[in-house]
Design a protein around this ligand. Structure first.
Ligand code: ADP
Length: 248
C-alpha cells in the first residue's frame, strides 16, 4: 500500500556464500508504528533492517519504501554506540550534520536541542570514555535523531546494557517516540522488551529466516513501567515464547 512506510512482498535474501537468510518475508509498517522483530540469532532480523535501509537488495520479491525518498529521513542505531573516542559528545552528535554540510551555527542549535531531549545537556564536552554504557547509548540515539529522521531502525540497541539501564532507556525511547511519532523498526531477542515497546511484534524463525506471526500489541500508550509485569503483558510474552519455542 502506498501509505505504508515499508512493505515487503515475498522477500527472499540469499547471500553470496549461499546462506538463505530470508525466505518469503511479507510485512508492512505503517507510518508512526513501533514494530519489533523478535527471533533467535541468525533468523534474519538484521538482514531485514539492512534491506529496509537499502544497504542490501532482496534476492527475491520487492520492498516498497515510499516515505524514504531522501536518505536523511532514516537513521540507524546499532548495539554498539560506535562513537569517535577522540571527539566530545557534541562533536559526535554533530557528525552527521557536519557530513551533510550544515553550518556551525545550525549544528550548534540542532545538537543542543537533541542533547536536551536525551538528557545529556550537561555532558556535551565529555568524551565517550567518561560516560557510562547507558549514556554512550543516549549519545548514539542523539546522533541518530539529530537529522530529524522520520524512520528509526534500531538493531538491538540496548542488548549490551544491564537490565536496569535497559528498562530506563526503554521508557525514554517510548516517550521520545510518542512526542515525535517517528516510525520505528526495532530488533531485539528480548521478547519482554519487544512487547513493552511495540505496537506490533513480528515473530521470526530461523533456517530459513521467515516471519511466523505478526501480533498487534493492544496495550495503550503511554505505557507505565509497571505494565512490564502486568498479566496482560505477560500473556503476550507467553504467547510469543510459545511461538519461539513450540512444545515438542
Ligand atoms: P539475526 O540478526 O537474526 O541474528 P542476520 O540477519 O544477522 O540474523 O543473519 C541471518 C543469516 O544470514 C545468518 O545465518 C547469518 O550468518 C547470515 N549472514 C548475515 N550476513 C551475511 C553476509 N554478509 N554474508 C553471508 N551470510 C550472512
Amino acid at each position: 500500500m502506498a501509505s505504508d512506510t515499508f512493505a515487503l512482498h515475498h522477500v527472499g535474501k540469499v547471500y553470496g556464500n549461499g546462506t538463505i537468510a530470508l525466505q518469503n518475508m511479507d510485512f508492512t509498517v505503517a507510518p508512526g508504528q513501533f514494530v519489533s522483530l523478535v527471533g533467535p540469532s541468525g533468523c534474519g532480523k538484521s538482514t531485514v533492517l539492512r534491506l529496509l535501509a537499502g544497504l542490501e537488495q532482496p534476492s527475491q520479491g520487492r520492498i516498497d519504501r515510499p516515505v524514504l525518498e531522501r536518505c536523511d529521513q532514516l537513521s540507524y542505531v546499532f548495539q554498539e554506540p560506535a562513537l569517535l573516542p577522540w571527539a566530545t559528545v557534541i562533536e559526535n552528535v554533530a557528525l552527521p550534520l557536519k557530513l551533510g554540510g550544515q553550518s556551525a551555527r545550525q549544528r550548534r542549535e540542532a545538537v543542543a536541542e537533541v542533547l536536551a531531549k536525551v538528557g545529556l545537556t550537561e555532558f556535551g564536552t565529555a568524551y565517550p570514555r567518561e560516560l557510562s554504557g547507558g549514556m554512550r547509548m543516549r549519545v548514539s540515539i542523539a546522533r541518530a535523531l539529530v537529522t530529524q529522521p522520520q524512520v528509526l531502525l534500531m538493531d538491538e540497541p540496548f542488548g549490551a546494557l544491564d537490565e536496569i539501564t535497559r528498562g530506563q532507556l526503554n521508557g525514554e525511547l517510548l516517550s521520545l517516540w510518542q512526542r515525535q511519532q517517528w516510525t520505528v523498526v526495532f530488533v531485539t531477542h528480548n521478547l519482554y522488551e519487544a512487547v513493552y515497546l511495540s505496537s506490533r511484534v513480528v515473530v521470526m524463525a530461523a533456517k530459513p529466516g521467515r516471519s511466523i506471526a505478526d501480533i498487534a500489541i493492544d496495550l495503550p500508550y503511554p505505557r507505565h513501567p509497571d505494565l512490564r509485569t502486568s498479566p496482560l503483558c505477560n500473556r503476550y510474552c507467553r504467547d510469543i515464547a510459545h511461538l519461539l519455542h513450540p512444545a515438542p
